[in-house]
Design a protein around this ligand. Structure first.
Ligand code: 13P
Ligand code: ZN
Ligand code: NA
Length: 283
């Protein structure tokens, strides 16, 4: 069975490592990250965006993740990424998701608190995890677009107040990372992470995991980031492997012939991220 990610992430933060949360869009992508977790004995968070819920259906995603969780020994949580509406959250919980993100970071603080509290109450009754965001992560994720000049870092005192008011078990504070691949390097505010971590004991979530230099990821993890979201890099690896097959053989028409190399490439990329997170052998 799928498990709540709350205890997994609490253990990760307490022990100074991080759990990779990988966005998947197809069954093969889901299977690839599961194989990576199984092979490395790493706890795993599979996540889907709202767009992928629309594309595949929450019930199909949850069913596939549930089967995976029965077939392997490592703990697996299924998370809904960046969701802005309660109805999709309820739909996913009913389908079997064990973690949801309510992203009201575009609303004023009080409204973010109100919406997050509502979801926390719901989730606590069911025994699943909730993630909320403070500040605004820049870049493009699904159909959420935040311009660089709109991106806003989270305030440490507000983070403390937010967790206290909402009871949210995991928090994603914006600290300078962005969705997608960076033009240069991300400008991560490590002092801010340290200040937030000192005031907030819940596991922190690092968004925009693609393209962050490795030593910077390690620094974030050491400071209290217990979950790292990775989407774009994995999509690129998966798609590039498919492109390679078609470049060599434009007539290929057997999906297994292009999906098998794509799965293999994604699995390797996921294992690299798990190594970076320090989650290998922690399952
Ligand atoms: P990247 O696309 O930069 O990996 O960001 C992923 C993310 O934060 C998903 O919520
Ligand atoms: Zn994100
Ligand atoms: Na990124």
């Amino acid at each position: 069975t799928l498990v709540s990610s709350t205890p997994l992430l609490q253990t990760a933060r307490a022990n100074g490592y991080c759990i990779g949360a990988f966005n998947v869009h197809t069954l093969e992508m889901l299977q690839a990250v599961v194989e990576a977790a199984e092979e490395t004995e790493s706890p795993l968070i599979i996540q889907s965006t709202v767009g992928t819920v629309k594309h595949l259906g929450a019930d199909y995603i949850a069913a596939a993740a549930e089967v995976a969780s029965r077939n392997v020994k490592v703990p697996i949580a299924l998370h809904l990424d960046h969701c802005m509406d309660l109805s999709t959250i309820v739909q996913c919980i009913r389908a079997g998701y064990t973690s949801v993100m309510i992203d009201a970071s575009h609303s004023p603080f009080e409204e973010n608190v109100r919406q997050t509290k509502q979801v926390v109450e719901l989730a606590k009754a069911i025994g699943i995890n909730v993630e909320a965001e403070l500040g605004k992560v820049g870049g493009v994720e699904d159909d959420i677009v935040v311009a660089d000049n709109e991106a806003l870092m989270a305030d440490p005192d507000e983070c403390a107040k937010f967790v206290e008011l909402t009871g949210v078990p995991t928090l994603a504070p914006a600290i300078g990372t962005a969705h997608g691949i960076y033009k240069g390097e991300p400008k991560i505010d490590f002092d801010r992470i340290a200040k937030i971590a000192a005031k907030v004991s819940v596991p922190l979530v690092l968004h925009g995991g693609s393209g962050i230099p490795e030593e910077q990821v390690r620094k974030c993890v050491a400071l209290g980031m217990a979950k790292m979201n990775v989407a774009t890099e994995l999509r690129i690896v998966f798609s590039d492997a498919i492109k390679e097959v078609f470049a060599a053989n434009p007539e290929e028409n057997d999906p297994r012939k292009y999906m098998i190399p794509a799965k293999r490439a994604l699995k390797e990329a996921a294992i690299e991220k798990m190594r970076l997170c320090g989650s290998i052998g922690r399952a």
